[in-house]
Design a protein around this ligand. Structure first.
Ligand code: PRP
Ligand code: URA
Length: 212
């Protein structure tokens, strides 16, 4: 395995939806819906080992039933803009999660991340934090966002994306060797403008209908 902390989730439902996502003929509305659906399916898989603690509830029949509660709060941190499309699906699945926001865009010339907003939940230090962005291209945005979470005290962080490029993984894991990354696919590489190949194009533009 090339990247020890890279987990590729290849459930057939996810693979079929990612194929539609890549298709240039998929309209913006369906693209948005697919991003939300895939993100929720991926979170379902990536959280299967979350820590729980035992609780007991009383049923309407007056009986006590043993169950569980998540041991840690969940913090969801989308990277604007495209990560917001993922948040929609994931937050529906985990409505009790706190949400932090990180605004980063990638400079078109230098391809370096430019931060313009950061507001993280106050209890992020104890939370299980999921940072999300559909694209891990050069890895600059993801690595910067995870650094911001660590600086705010977060100790339990995972990064969720839909497509990752090998160069981006190299850069991300060089900065955060023990932060797991979950992706639906590891693509072939990047073009000269830093776009993932074969990729799906510009995720933010396709989500919000701002293609040129
Ligand atoms: C895209 C994407 C990531 C970043 C990935 O955002 O959503 O945030 O690029 O590229 P990197 O791995 O090379 O940093 P973009 O900069 O296009 O901003 P937007 O979401 O506001 O469109
Ligand atoms: N950002 C995108 O939206 N798509 C890419 O392929 C790379 C960065």
């Amino acid at each position: 395995m090339r990247f020890k902390q890279l987990h590729t989730i290849t459930h057939p439902l996810i693979r079929e939806k990612v194929t539609k996502l890549r298709d240039r003929a998929t309209p913006n509305r369906e693209f948005r819906q697919l991003i939300a659906e895939i993100s929720a399916l991926m979170v379902f898989e990536m959280t299967q080992n979350l820590l729980t603690r035992p609780v007991t509830v009383e049923t309407p029949l007056g009986k006590r039933a043993k169950g569980v509660k998540l041991a840690r709060r969940i913090a969801l941190v989308p990277i604007w803009r495209a990560g917001l499309g993922m948040l929609e699906g994931v937050h529906r699945l985990i409505p009790s999660a706190g949400v932090g926001h990180i605004g980063i865009y990638r400079d078109e010339v230098t391809l370096q991340p430019v931060e313009y907003f950061c507001k993280l939940p106050p209890n992020i230090a104890e939370a299980q934090t999921i940072v999300m962005d559909p694209m891990l291209a050069t890895g600059g945005s993801a690595a910067h966002a995870v650094s911001l979470c660590k600086r705010a005290g977060a100790k339990h962080i995972s990064f969720l994306c839909l497509l990752a490029a090998p160069d981006g993984c190299e850069r991300f894991f060089a900065a955060h060797p023990s932060t797991p990354v979950f992706t639906a696919a590891l693509d072939d590489g990047l073009n000269s403008r830093g776009y993932i190949l074969p990729g799906l194009g510009d995720a933010g533009d396709r989500l919000y209908g701002t293609e040129k």
